[in-house]
Design a protein around this ligand. Structure first.
Ligand SMILES: [Zn+2]
Length: 374
């Protein structure tokens, strides 16, 4: 079924305005010098402007909107929670995230394609979800007086999941929660877990021409990184290989100075739930190669199985993490969305409008299925 003209215009309006109005100044940010590299440091798209846009947009359409403050991060950020009718209690929740990874890339329409930061991850999902809910209201498959479906668009998904953690404070529960992330229109059967690894080395500064009395922290760190890269990480049949990405490396002040400090951050995509075993393997591999390196694991989460008991969808197992494990409660979880993860977080992030149209239908089917069951 083709979405109606009104759905497409809504989709296009919400999408283009939301992205065009997101705050490039905030996205560019002010440089600073973190001690331990964060997952997504300078240049994070915080979702402030898009949050304000969504609040206005949904209020104009009769939703009650609560802009929930979320502590931490770089200042004022808010989740957007919206529902119809007098009660915030609904059977189904549709949710995605409105923050983006750095750097900000301006929104641009090229023919039938939408380019720019967040088009795929995850404002395409946000726009398609809103269009699907609006369309289900028009066809009376979602009751306008409320109780069926609520919308939640969180901040912080790309940087510590503070937004979804705060959403637990809403004190609400649902029968089913439909998460929006780029799955190429497939229904996810599960996704890999995550283990963040911080490495730090301390040296002793000195003149590069006389290295003997000093200690080179970068040398110490690099040996540790070599050990990390050779660690034998576990695999599983359902999730495949556990993979490692060394994503940040920092240290030193000048080429003629022995560096006193060096640090690195890596992210492991876990294919097994043996999280503690994997930490032990990594620690041993680093320390065998370079005993002086400090190893910390700021965050870990095992692989996440996801419900996929809905007819008519291809299914997929994903290598990336989502907010699914951060929302507490005893609900069914579905994960679906437009666009490919292979262009998300890249400088060529884009999708075709036709992909959004298909996603509107996909979300309609998932919401409809959740309301029929139970
Ligand atoms: Zn995402």
């Amino acid at each position: 079924m083709k979405p109606s003209r009104s759905i497409l215009s809504l989709l296009s309006a919400s999408f283009s305005l939301a992205i065009a109005r997101d705050d490039p100044a905030a996205a560019l940010g002010a440089p600073r010098a973190p001690q331990v590299p964060r997952r997504n440091p300078v240049g994070l798209g915080l979702g402030r402007e898009v949050g304000r846009f969504l609040q206005d947009y949904l209020e104009q359409r009769g939703y009650t909107v609560y802009a929930q403050p979320v502590e931490g991060g770089d200042g004022d950020r808010r989740n957007i929670f919206a529902y119809l009718g007098g009660s915030n209690r609904t059977r189904v929740l549709v949710t995605s995230h409105i923050d983006t990874v750095p750097p900000f890339l301006p929104y641009e329409r090229r023919g039938t394609e939408l380019w720019g930061r967040g088009t795929v991850d995850a404002k395409g999902a946000v726009a398609a979800q809103i269009a699907a809910v609006e369309s289900l209201c028009q066809t009376h498959e979602i009751a306008e007086e409320g109780g069926d479906d609520a919308l939640l668009f969180v901040v912080g998904e790309e940087d510590g999941s503070g937004g979804m953690a705060a959403a637990n404070d809403l004190g609400l529960g649902w029968e089913a929660v439909i998460f929006g992330e780029p799955t190429e229109g497939k229904l996810a059967r599960g996704h890999k877990g995550i283990l963040s690894v911080s490495l730090a080395a301390v040296g002793k500064a000195g003149h590069s021409g006389y290295p003997e009395p000093g200690t080179n922290a970068i040398d110490t760190l690099v040996r540790g990184l070599t050990g990390l890269q050779s660690a034998a990480l576990p695999r599983s049949d359902e999730f495949g290989e556990t993979t490692l990405n060394v994503g940040v490396i920092q240290g030193g002040v000048a080429d003629n100075v022995l560096p006193a400090q060096a640090s690195a951050a890596a992210l492991v995509r876990l294919a097994t739930d043996r999280v503690d075993d994997t930490k032990d393997v990594i620690e041993k591999a680093v320390h065998d190669a370079s005993p002086g390196v400090q190893v910390e694991f700021p965050y870990s989460q095992g692989p996440v199985p996801i419900d996929y008991d809905v007819e008519g969808f291809d299914t997929v197992v994903l290598n990336y993490g989502t907010d699914i494990p951060n929302l507490k409660g005893n609900h069914k979880c579905y994960l679906y969305g437009p666009g490919s993860i292979l262009v998300a977080h890249s400088d060529h992030e884009h999708l075709d409008v036709s992909v959004l149209e298909v996603a509107v239908e996909g979300y309609r089917a998932l919401i409809g299925n959740a309301l029929k069951s139970g």
